[in-house]
Design a protein around this ligand. Structure first.
Ligand code: CTP
Ligand code: CA
Length: 225
C-alpha cells in the first residue's frame, strides 16, 4: 500500500483544508470545544502539497506545527472559520472540511471572568446554533466545478447515516468514519468509507491518516479533471 514519489496531479490547483476543532468562548478563560486533534486535516494538507497543490490550511486550535509549504490560517470559533473558509474558497478548486465545527455556541459572551456566587448554582448556559459552513459552501459554489468534501463520524447504521448526511449537506464527497473502539480521537490511524454524490462508495482500510488523505485526493483529482 506504500506509495513512492507522488504524481504532481494537483499542480496548479488551490485546495483549502479545515482542521482541528472550533472553540466557542463563554468568557475570557473558558470555552465549549471538542476533542478533534487536527491530525487528519494536517495529513490532507501535507499530502496535497506533496502532490503539487497550493494549500490553505485553516487551523482551528490544533497546536500542531505548520506543515512545510502550506499557508496556515489560524481560527478560533465556528463563525471565524466560516469567514476564513468563504475567503479562501473564492479561488479554490477544492474545499475539504475536516474540522469539527461546534454545532452550538453560547448565546452570550461574558467580557469578564464568570465568578461563583456564595451558595448559588450558576446561571444556565444558553446555546444558539452555529452556521453550517459545509452546507453553505456546497449550496453556493464559489467556482463552477469546485469539489467540496465533508467528514462525518457516525455510529449505528453508519452508511445510511452517511448517505443521508451527504444529501443534506449537498457536498460531492463525504468521508464517513465509524466511531468505535480503536477509532478514537487523537489516534494516528483511521478507517473510513468515502461516499460520493454520484453513488460511489470507496472503502479505506484501517491505516495511517496519510493513506485516507491520499484516497481523498485521488477522488478529488478524478472529479477535477
Ligand atoms: N460542518 C460545518 N459546519 C457546521 C457543522 C459541521 O461545516 N456547523 C461540517 C464538518 O466540518 C464536517 C461535516 O459538516 O465536514 C459533518 O459534520 P457533522 O458534525 O457530522 O454534521 P452535522 O450536520 O453537524 O450533524 P450531527 O447533528 O450528526 O452533528
Ligand atoms: Ca455536528
Amino acid at each position: 500500500l506504500a506509495r513512492g514519489v507522488p504524481e504532481p496531479d494537483l499542480a496548479g490547483r488551490h485546495v483549502v483544508v479545515s482542521a482541528g476543532g472550533t472553540r466557542e468562548p463563554l468568557d475570557p478563560v473558558r470555552f465549549l470545544g471538542n476533542r478533534s486533534s487536527g491530525k487528519q486535516g494536517y495529513a490532507l494538507a501535507r499530502t496535497a502539497a506533496a502532490r503539487g497543490a497550493r494549500v490553505t490550511l485553516l487551523a482551528a486550535n490544533t497546536g500542531l506545527p505548520d506543515p512545510a509549504g502550506v499557508d496556515v490560517v489560524p481560527v478560533g470559533t465556528a463563525v471565524q472559520l466560516r469567514e476564513a473558509v468563504l475567503k479562501a474558497a473564492a479561488d479554490a478548486d477544492a474545499v475539504v472540511m475536516a474540522a469539527a465545527v461546534a454545532d452550538f455556541r453560547p448565546r452570550d459572551y461574558a467580557t469578564g471572568k464568570i465568578k461563583k456566587k456564595d451558595g448559588q448554582d450558576p446561571e444556565p448556559v444558553v446555546l444558539v446554533r452555529n452556521p453550517d459552513i459545509l452546507a453553505e459552501i456546497s449550496a453556493e459554489r464559489a467556482r463552477p466545478g469546485q469539489v467540496v468534501v465533508g467528514f462525518a463520524a457516525e455510529t449505528d447504521d453508519v452508511l445510511a447515516n452517511g448517505r443521508a448526511k451527504l444529501e443534506r449537506k449537498g457536498c460531492d464527497l463525504l468521508v464517513v468514519n465509524e466511531v468505535g473502539e480503536r477509532k478514537t480521537f487523537g489516534s494516528e490511524e483511521n478507517e473510513a468509507v468515502v461516499l460520493g454524490a454520484d453513488g460511489s462508495e470507496t472503502p479505506v482500510p484501517y491505516g495511517p491518516k496519510e493513506f485516507l488523505a491520499e484516497t481523498v485526493w485521488d477522488l478529488v483529482a478524478a472529479r477535477l479533471s
